[in-house]
Write a protein that binds this ligand. Structure first.
Ligand SMILES: NC(=O)C1=CN([C@@H]2O[C@H](COP(=O)(O)OP(=O)(O)OC[C@H]3O[C@@H](n4cnc5c(N)ncnc54)[C@H](OP(=O)(O)O)[C@@H]3O)[C@@H](O)[C@H]2O)[C@@H](O)CC1
Ligand SMILES: Cc1cc2nc3c(=O)[nH]c(=O)nc-3n(C[C@H](O)[C@H](O)[C@H](O)COP(=O)(O)O)c2cc1C
Ligand SMILES: Cc1ncc(COP(=O)(O)O)c(C=O)c1O
Ligand SMILES: [K+]
Length: 571
């Protein structure tokens, strides 16, 4: 195996780095050559020798792997001494995993790098899935419909886009629409169905019965409101899928015209509903797209299995892929290049998230009223109640709170810390006694805490003075932490400048070794807790039209006793 010394490596590093973009853009064989040199001593021997033989040239698969590797290195930069292991780990993965890694690092899936199917291929894949590959149509339709519903839920929140009309055609595309509507109902949307040409097969009659049992209304074409814009927030176009051919026949011709026309007439004045097309924008040619230029212009397209050729013409803001059921034989046979689905998701976005207008971002809070009569007399009791509800709601780190301090210069600073205890004496967190916050607290003990529990539309503000907790309390808590965090606390001179990550790792490793036989890692003197004793606590519950509930507790002396007075503040 060819071994490169560090100087040679550096030369190649610079060389490859400067030429990388052009190599990637042109996707020339140079990529292979350059990468071979660059990776010479990191590649596993079989891959290395396969590459280093000038003939036969590398297989397309190896070539693709190398291009992916280049993308990966481009995204990560070259971690100097660390690149050997990183590349070896990359090489040990499957082609699919490598692609996923590169995509994840780039943060999106480039629409030009994925596969698009012809109409024939789409039908063939369908037949294969339902023939030799053992799927039933019910199964595929269920998964397809679920993908559509989850895609819609990702792009359009039920709080803003509740009212949905699913227009379903006579084939499987229509079936996907029925399934999607059922899932959307369970996700909290309010779907209605227009299903003018029902297919008298048990699969479809079953889907209709399921929707009827949820009391989802069915509207005939005649019953459709004349102004779809004011009645619905989302229109699901489940009219035709990949078997569409020719020109749309009644009654669908008229429905499609309404959907297409709506875009134009609504653009000028008001918010028009989002049009979501399943698999194919209905009326479009499956391969050539919107041939007349007069067709539906959907805001969202959910391609199923793989996008069809017409999807290349899709210009809306949201293109998703669904149908997470493609088995390797299909992917290989049709050489499918598709984005990897993240985690357990049923859908994945194709292309970039559209730019948002920040000034238009807002939530309308809808919550039960928060009344004086129902609150606890003591704010800590009330805090515990809300905290328990935040835990029960499954919030991640409900004990995360923003701590704001200001030193003698009066300039405030904020950061998150974790609440580690709360009782009548106050709110406790742990930190470094030589950090910025600690310096500020030593100059000025007044501080504030802020909790925000987003999905509950709740905020809690706490203000008061801060003291260190006792050393015993800090000792007890310090030793309850994972060993790694204990060592981390010793390593970190919090808020001081460090020359690089490597320094922290090095010190960590040394301490890990030092303490390998030690049971109790000593708590550093400069690490411990603080307790904020509340002087004021406000509970905020978000409500519609910004008319929120704000109940504030402040202490009062009554007959020499400290009691809490509750007042309501204007939102
Ligand atoms: N593996 C997959 O890929 C999966 C695919 N799935 C879904 O299946 C969809 C394909 O379904 P599909 O084959 O049933 O075809 P689709 O287009 O819904 O409708 C055909 C119907 O429309 C009719 N029709 C045609 N042209 C017409 C016209 N001009 N004017 C009027 N009518 C016309 C035609 O009638 P015909 O012309 O035969 O008389 C027939 O009744 C696909 O896009 C995806 O959504 C998922 O469920 C599962 C996984
Ligand atoms: C969710 C979350 C929880 C945190 N919890 C703590 C904590 O409990 N203690 C701590 O010292 N830093 C914590 N940090 C880090 C702090 O936000 C901050 O970076 C650090 O304490 C230094 O702050 P300072 O330089 O203002 O003193 C947390 C950060 C986050 C995002
Ligand atoms: C620097 C620092 N210290 C302390 C903590 C609190 O961690 P623990 O829950 O282990 O005490 C955190 C939590 O993020 C932190 O980032
Ligand atoms: K459609």
């Amino acid at each position: 195996m060819l071994l490169l010394n560090s100087r040679a490596r550096l030369v190649f590093y610079v060389h490859v780095r400067t030429r990388m973009w052009s190599i990637l853009r042109n996707k020339t064989a140079t990529a292979t050559t350059m990468t071979c040199f660059f990776l010479a001593h990191s590649l596993p021997p079989p891959l290395f020798s396969a590459l280093f033989k000038p003939s036969p040239p590398p297989t397309p698969q190896i070539h693709r792997s190398l291009l992916l590797l280049l993308r990966l290195l481009l995204c990560q930069g070259f971690p100097g001494a660390g690149w050997g292991p990183a590349i070896r780990s990359f090489c040990s993965r499957s082609d699919r995993e490598r692609r996923a890694m590169a995509d994840r690092l780039e943060g999106f899936c480039d629409p030009s790098s994925i596969s698009y199917l012809t109409q024939r291929e789409a039908a063939e894949i369908d037949e294969n899935l339902m023939g030799p590959l053992g799927f039933s149509v019910d199964q595929l339709m269920e998964l397809a419909g679920l993908s559509v519903a989850t895609s819609i839920a990702e792009a359009y929140k039920a709080s803003e886009y509740k009212r949905i009309l699913a227009i379903c055609g006579p084939g499987n595309n229509g079936g996907d629409g029925l399934v999607a509507a059922r899932h959307l109902f369970h996700f909290g949307y309010k779907p209605c169905i227009c299903y003018p040409k029902r297919t008298p097969k048990p699969l479809y009659t079953g889907l209709v019965t399921q929707l009827e049992s949820l009391r989802v209304p069915f509207l005939s074409v005649e019953d459709l409101p004349s102004d779809l814009s004011s009645e619905f927030d989302i229109l699901v176009d489940a009219v035709f899928g990949f078997s569409f051919h020719g020109a749309a026949r009644p009654p669908f011709d008229d429905i499609i015209r309404r959907l297409a026309g709506m875009r134009k007439s609504d653009q000028a004045n008001k918010k028009s509903p989002a049009i979501v097309s399943i698999d194919i924008p209905s009326g479009w040619h499956v391969e050539e797209g919107d041939v007349s230029g007069e067709g539906i212009k959907p805001d969202m397209l959910v391609s199923l299995t793989a996008p069809k050729l017409c999807a290349k013409q899709f210009r809306g803001p949201h293109h998703f892929l669904g149908g997470r059921f493609v088995p390797p034989p299909i992917a290989e046979k049709y050489n499918l290049r598709l984005p990897p689905y993240p985690g357990t998701s049923m859908c994945v976005r194709i292309g970039k998230i559209p730019q948002v207008d920040i000034s238009s971002m807002r939530e309308n809070y809808i919550s039960p009223e928060f009344q004086e009569e129902e609150v606890e007399a003591h704010p800590i009791k009330q805090f515990r109640k809300w905290f328990e509800e935040a835990v029960a709601a499954g919030l991640r780190e409900p004990n995360a709170m923003a701590l704001s301090t200001a030193g003698k210069d009066g300039k405030p600073s904020s950061r998150m810390v974790l609440l580690k205890g709360v009782d009548e004496d106050g709110f406790v967190w742990y930190t470094n006694y030589e950090s910025q916050k600690a310096r500020e607290l030593s100059e000025n003990p007044w501080a504030s805490l802020l909790f925000y529990w987003e999905s509950l539309n709740r905020q809690v503000r706490v203000e008061g003075s801060v003291e260190k907790v006792s050393n015993e309390e800090s000792e007890l808590y310090f030793h309850s932490r994972p060993r790694g965090s204990q060592i981390g606390a010793i390593v970190s001179n919090q808020s001081s400048i460090v020359p690089g990550r490597q320094v922290l790792h090095q010190q960590y490793k040394e301490l890990e070794e030092k303490f390998s036989d030690v049971n109790l890692i000593p708590k550093p003197k400069h690490w411990g807790g603080y307790r904020l004793k509340p002087e004021l606590i406000e509970f905020w519950q978000g409500q519609q039209s910004r008319l929120h509930d704000r109940l504030q507790y402040c202490p009062q002396e009554v007959d020499g006793r400290r009691v809490w007075r509750i007042v309501r503040l204007a939102p």
